[in-house]
Design a protein around this ligand. Structure first.
Ligand code: GTP
Ligand code: MG
Length: 335
């Protein structure tokens, strides 16, 4: 009977819609934030073009994928065509240029996994990371943005999940938990799997957008304005979806065998991907396939300790959604 109870949504779940929507609304950044980001981007573009006239700057990450909450830092990609550039040299040169123009805390991190220059703009108060030629990140940012245009419930769910993950300390890749990018992929997958589906699988549809990034062909249907209303046959509310999302990751997901894949819109097997054993530091304890870099598991950062922490947090959240009288508060209590 306990198990049956676990599978059934609580009867008063829809009473939680208004408070969850209020949390979502409070996290959405105001329009003037966008204007400030544009202002900083054009300043950077001006400085960069003095040295490299051909270079372009692109926003990526949460400032451009529509999953950015208030006060996020911005991620910028510097695209330089020149084939024989040395990234470290460019980064050091870039840091030099920016340093001399009143930007603060300018730092080149040339040895990081993704080498970047960090800086803070005292005029807008925005902090910024600049990387070089990380075109895949720009393309996956567009994919996430396009998915967000199809059904507003994706943005609502992802904001709530990200807010929960930050409050509970499970959004820290250097501590073995998941990136924001991974959580958004989990939300997209989850909405693709609802019946009726709330999101389609854009990469399985006729490609209207296609770019080659090194040896990876990134192609998918990007005319998302034609897909508004796609999920309207599914009437699930945000409260039901938050409940079901945590229930899925707490009690339904097959951690031993399953890989979630928004590329295929389904679950695929670890065996099929040869993700069954530890290779180097990649343990594949929770498997989230990158939509374009398909050999890349966003769960690779998770180790045998942090998987326990993560799963306990999913169970805590699922139980709160099921039994707690006031989930909209308890869910986000600092750990
Ligand atoms: P917040 O900064 O927490 O609001 O979220 P964010 O959306 O900026 O996410 P995050 O900082 O995790 O990542 C920034 C961007 O980098 C993502 O949107 C992706 O485009 C890209 N990215 C992050 N991690 C990976 C990764 O492991 N692989 C790839 N290919 N791209 C990644
Ligand atoms: Mg970011």
């Amino acid at each position: 009977r306990m198990l049956k109870r676990q599978m059934e949504c609580r009867r008063d779940i829809d009473r939680l819609n208004a408070p969850f929507l209020a949390i979502y609304e409070s996290l959405v950044p105001p329009e003037e934030e966008k204007a400030k980001q544009k202002q900083l981007l054009s300043l950077l573009e001006k400085l960069v073009n003095k040295e490299w006239p051909q270079a372009r700057l692109y926003l990526y990450g949460s400032c451009a994928n529509s999953f950015g909450v208030l006060k996020s830092d911005i991620d910028v990609c510097l695209a330089i065509q020149n084939a024989d550039i040395n990234k470290s040299e460019v980064l050091l040169k870039l840091a030099d240029i920016l340093q001399s123009d009143n930007l603060q805390n300018v730092q080149a991190l040339t040895r990081a996994r993704v080498p970047i220059v960090k800086l803070m703009d005292p005029v807008t108060g925005i902090s910024c990371d600049i990387c070089i030629n990380n075109v895949l990140a720009v393309v996956n940012t567009k994919l996430l943005w396009d998915y967000a245009q199809i059904d507003v419930r994706l943005r609502q769910l992802a904001f709530i999940v990200k807010h929960w993950a930050k409050s509970r300390g499970v959004n820290e890749t250097y501590h073995g938990t998941l990136s924001s990018y991974a959580y958004v992929l989990m939300c997209i997958h989850f909405l693709q799997q609802r019946r009726p589906a709330i999101l389609p699988c854009l990469q399985e549809m006729e490609a209207t957008y296609s770019v080659a990034v090194d040896d990876i062909q990134c192609a998918y249907f990007d005319q998302v304005e034609k897909l508004r209303g796609f999920g309207s046959r599914n009437k699930e509310t945000i409260a039901q979806l938050v409940w079901a999302f945590f229930n899925y990751w707490a009690y339904r997901h097959d951690y031993a065998n399953a890989v979630i894949s928004i590329r295929t819109g389904s679950i695929i097997s670890k065996r099929e991907k040869d993700w069954t054993r530890r290779i180097g530091n990649d343990r594949h304890l929770i498997c989230i396939e990158d939509p374009f870099e398909i050999s890349h598991d966003l769960g690779r950062v998770v180790d045998k300790y942090s998987i326990k922490v993560l799963r306990e947090e999913f169970e805590r959240a699922a139980d709160i959604m099921q039994y707690d009288p006031n989930p909209c508060v308890t869910l986000f209590e600092p750990y």
